[in-house]
Design a protein around this ligand. Structure first.
Ligand code: HEM
Length: 282
């Protein structure tokens, strides 16, 4: 069901990229996560923003297309575990990242006063990401849906804070999203995304609320919902096809920063798996 609703029915690439960008901006409001991603400016996201983003979306598509328990899904999650093993992630940070995948879409549309997913689709989205979480390493156990949502809000209250690194990543992410649009509308696309942030997120990143954009965003979302109600659903498709696993510079994904101590302790097996994984993923 998650594949049909997220990838087929509601998955035009621009909408997917917008929600992904918003979710990523949330992670960057937690300074300890931002530090691992930014790595003093040397993180993949700073050096090859588009490649890093598309590779993540390609991974998510691989989970969604065939399911987290399928052979392909399990292999993709194992690849991800091997990539993460090189970095100093904390279990609570991974759970917070997962909450963005489970809740960001419904959270935004609720704020805009429209309903895109039915309660069953929201539930299946939660169950899907909880299933991914169950197969990931170094993550807290995923709580039941309502408890997880409350945990997310509490986590944000306690952990959101401005950091220079987080802010630099947010700028790179907004630029990369805007660059997916035709040149004349790039500034509008950027403003719409900032407008899609809630007040807490926007103020954490010290971004000003753009005038008028809220209304345009609400109108655009309503038009999208209406089009979904009247137009036929597209044929089968996956984020994994739309967002390719790109060729990247050989040294991307290296935990070369001083904060990243864990990579030095990764077992030879994990190091081997990681090299294999990156070879496949490009
Ligand atoms: C459920 C939680 C998470 C999911 C689903 C997830 C997903 C992913 C995916 C799909 C990639 C592959 C993309 C690539 O290698 O370019 C990736 C890489 C990476 N992730 Fe995560 N991630 C999670 C949590 C975290 C957290 C909490 C941190 C940091 C504290 C983190 C840090 C990284 C890093 C450093 C990379 C390597 C690429 C880079 O340097 O940016 N991840 N993650």
């Amino acid at each position: 069901m998650a594949h049909l609703s997220l990838e087929v029915r509601l998955g035009p690439p621009l909408i997917v990229a917008a929600l992904y960008t918003l979710g990523f901006c949330r992670q960057m409001a937690v300074p300890s996560i931002a530090r691992v991603i930014h790595r003093g400016g040397s993180g993949d996201i700073m050096r090859e923003t588009r490649a890093r983003n598309d590779l993540s979306l390609n991974f998510f598509g691989r989970f969604l297309r065939s399911g987290h328990s399928s052979q392909a899904g399990r292999a993709a999650i194992a690849e991800l575990n091997a990539i993460h093993a090189r970095f100093p992630l904390q279990d609570h940070e991974s759970l917070y990242t997962l909450s963005g995948l489970a809740f960001e879409g419904p959270r935004l549309t609720r704020r805009l006063g429209v309903r895109v997913l039915s309660p069953e689709e929201e539930r299946s989205n939660y169950l899907f990401w909880a299933g991914v979480g169950a197969r990931m390493e170094r993550i807290l156990p995923v709580p039941p849906q309502a408890e997880f949502w409350q945990w997310t809000l509490d986590y944000e209250r306690e952990n959101y804070a401005y950091s220079d690194g987080g802010s630099a990543v947010v700028e790179a992410l907004l630029d990369d999203f805007a660059a997916r649009l035709p040149a004349p509308v790039r500034p509008v696309g950027r403003r719409l995304l900032i407008s899609a942030m809630d007040d807490r997120l926007r103020s954490t990143h010290r971004l000003a609320k753009p005038p008028w954009s809220d209304r345009i965003l609400a109108l655009g979302t309503r038009a999208f919902v209406l089009s979904k109600a009247v137009l036929p659903d597209p044929p089968d498709r996956s984020w994994a096809d739309r967002f390719s696993a790109p060729q990247r510079a050989a040294n991307l994904g290296q935990a070369s920063n001083r904060e990243s101590t864990r990579s030095q302790h990764a077992t030879p097996r994990l190091k081997r798996e990681h090299r294999g994984a990156r070879g496949q993923a490009g």
